[in-house]
Design a protein around this ligand. Structure first.
Ligand SMILES: Cc1cc2nc3c(=O)[nH]c(=O)nc-3n(C[C@H](O)[C@H](O)[C@H](O)COP(=O)(O)O)c2cc1C
Length: 193
């Protein structure tokens, strides 16, 4: 555990004008306001092929794993793609495992073009349980993303508040006592063969 807490945000969109990335920057700003050191993990800067268990040793994968392991809290941000979370985030998560996420505090943020970004958050929460992460109850859902921002600035105040609260909680719960392992994490073990 680091003092001050270190909070990172992983952006699941590779799009240059990504709303997810904009929202994550706000979450990290809110975490910094509460004293955290912060880092945005921009997956455009990580050369990660589609995950293949037979061939998963890449410098970018090592860098990703080291960055996530060094974090006290990890905010996962994703766009909704077909009612779930986006491929770049899934790919990044598959390069990680218990070493990176066991007992790590995780916050969830999701952005959609339509009005219902909630299923992606549910799916990500299940994934985090399988990794025995400690997922913050508050989550930031941002529907109709193109109406949310003017440039980098939030124009929707309630959305801005949800995102800022996520950043604050990521700091407040960065160093909580571990819970006993959840059943999901003990049963969803990786195949070793
Ligand atoms: C392949 C693909 C699938 C999408 N599926 C959905 C969807 O199921 N529901 C929805 O509300 N928006 C959907 N969208 C819209 C994105 O969620 C929206 O454009 C979002 O702003 C993208 O995030 P970004 O700005 O961070 O790149 C989809 C976009 C793409 C490219």
């Amino acid at each position: 555990m680091s003092d001050p807490p270190h909070v990172i945000a992983v952006c699941g969109s590779l799009r240059d004008e990504s709303y997810t990335r904009r929202a994550l920057r706000h979450a990290l700003d809110a975490a910094a306001e509460r004293g955290a050191t912060t880092e945005l993990v921009d997956l455009r800067e990580y050369d990660l092929p589609v995950y293949d268990p037979d061939d998963d040793e890449f410098p970018a994968a090592d860098r990703l794993r080291e960055t996530v392991q060094a974090a006290d809290s990890v905010i996962l941000g994703t766009p909704v793609y077909h009612g779930s979370y986006a491929t770049p985030l899934k790919n990044a998560l598959d390069y990680c495992g218990f070493d990176e996420f066991d007992n790590t505090t995780v916050g969830l943020l999701c952005v959609s073009g339509g009005g219902f970004p909630v299923t992606s958050l549910d799916h990500l929460r299940s994934v985090c349980r399988a990794l025995n992460a400690w997922v913050i109850p508050h989550q930031a859902a941002l529907p109709k993303a193109r109406t949310m921002f003017d440039g980098e600035t939030f124009v929707d105040e309630s959305a801005a508040e949800r995102v800022a609260t996520l950043g604050h909680r990521a700091v407040e719960y960065a160093n909580i006592e571990p819970d006993p392992r959840c059943l999901e994490s003990t049963e969803n073990v990786g195949a070793d063969d």
